[in-house]
Design a protein around this ligand. Structure first.
Ligand code: SAM
Length: 271
């Protein structure tokens, strides 16, 4: 199946199917501490559906949802929140590449703030006016202009409560990385850019700048329409590294930096 047929299928034909699953999720899963795992027929712990009152995840997600659109499914939002918690125990800043209307950024910022002003910044990279003009039609599912219904002003207003904790880097990746001090280190990078060249650029720039124990999350790695974009870029990059992507049932993949490659190649990196 080529990308244009997949595009048609994903955008239109799949919609009734999507709403069916949404209704099923609301009925069968929401609020459940344990849920039936398809296709294995066993019940597993699903804190992303249960959202116990007062938990960091439940509170941070509620704030993000009150602030506007959050596109992440509960399981992906849960991993992101837990990884912010993990990152707050390490040195280095946090980043998100692909912000759109700020849904996942809001969740990250709120989680970080609730962990007590650790002094870490959340760097946000996007054009804030949609996918730029270099999507590769053969590989990429998205085209120039997709995600255009947002703006820098709107996202800045949404995240205004976090003040200097959020740093905005509007522009095209990787050029917009030039706004960061070359010595800056990161403990968590959420990559949600959907394009092959952009995902690859994020790997090349951030991986050498990750502290040991730091994590890169690839939001769309496992989804079928992204097999030739996000997944191919991640697999190609990490083929040359000892760390392997950990592929998750949520559709995300994450890679944890080990000590062995800690600072290799920063500034003039060839990895
Ligand atoms: C799927 S959306 C991000 C969704 C967001 N994380 C959320 O939770 O709502 C992908 C974003 O990546 C951005 N993007 C893709 N390639 C880019 C590039 N080369 N430079 C800057 N932004 C890019 C698009 O503008 C778009 O806003």
């Amino acid at each position: 199946m080529d990308n244009s047929s997949i595009g048609f299928f994903s955008r239109w034909a799949r919609r009734p199917w999507y709403w069916f699953w949404k209704a099923l999720e609301a009925r069968q899963y929401r609020g459940r501490e344990y849920s039936l795992q398809v296709p294995f027929g066993r019940r597993v712990h699903t804190p992303w559906f249960a959202k116990p009152d007062g938990s960091l995840f439940s509170e941070a997600l509620s704030v993000a949802q009150e602030g506007g659109y959050v596109s992440q499914s509960p399981d992906r939002a849960y991993l992101l929140c837990r990884m912010v918690q993990h990152a707050s125990l390490l040195g280095g800043d946090l980043a998100e590449c692909g912000v759109f209307r700020g849904g996942s950024a809001h969740l990250m910022a709120e989680t970080l703030a609730r962990l007590g002003g650790t002094g870490r910044q959340l760097h946000l990279f996007d054009t804030f006016c949609g996918v730029p003009d270099f999507a590769d039609a053969k590989r990429d599912y998205h085209r120039a202009g997709d995600y255009g219904n947002t703006s820098l002003d709107a996202v800045q207003a949404r995240l205004a409560a976090y003040g200097g904790q959020c740093r905005f880097h509007p522009g095209v990746i990787p050029e917009s990385f030039s706004g960061i001090d070359l010595g800056q280190r990161f403990s968590l990078v959420n990559v949600d850019v959907d394009l092959h060249p952009t995902t690859l650029a994020c790997c090349h720039w951030f991986w050498p700048r990750l502290v040991p124990g730091g994590v890169m999350i690839f939001n769309d790695y496992g989804f079928f329409p992204y097999r030739n974009s996000t997944r191919l870029a991640v697999d190609t990059f990490f083929m040359k590294h000892p760390e392997e992507p950990i592929i998750l049932p949520s559709g995300q993949a994450m890679v944890i930096k080990t000590n062995s490659w800690s600072d290799r190649g920063v500034a003039g990196c060839s990895c």
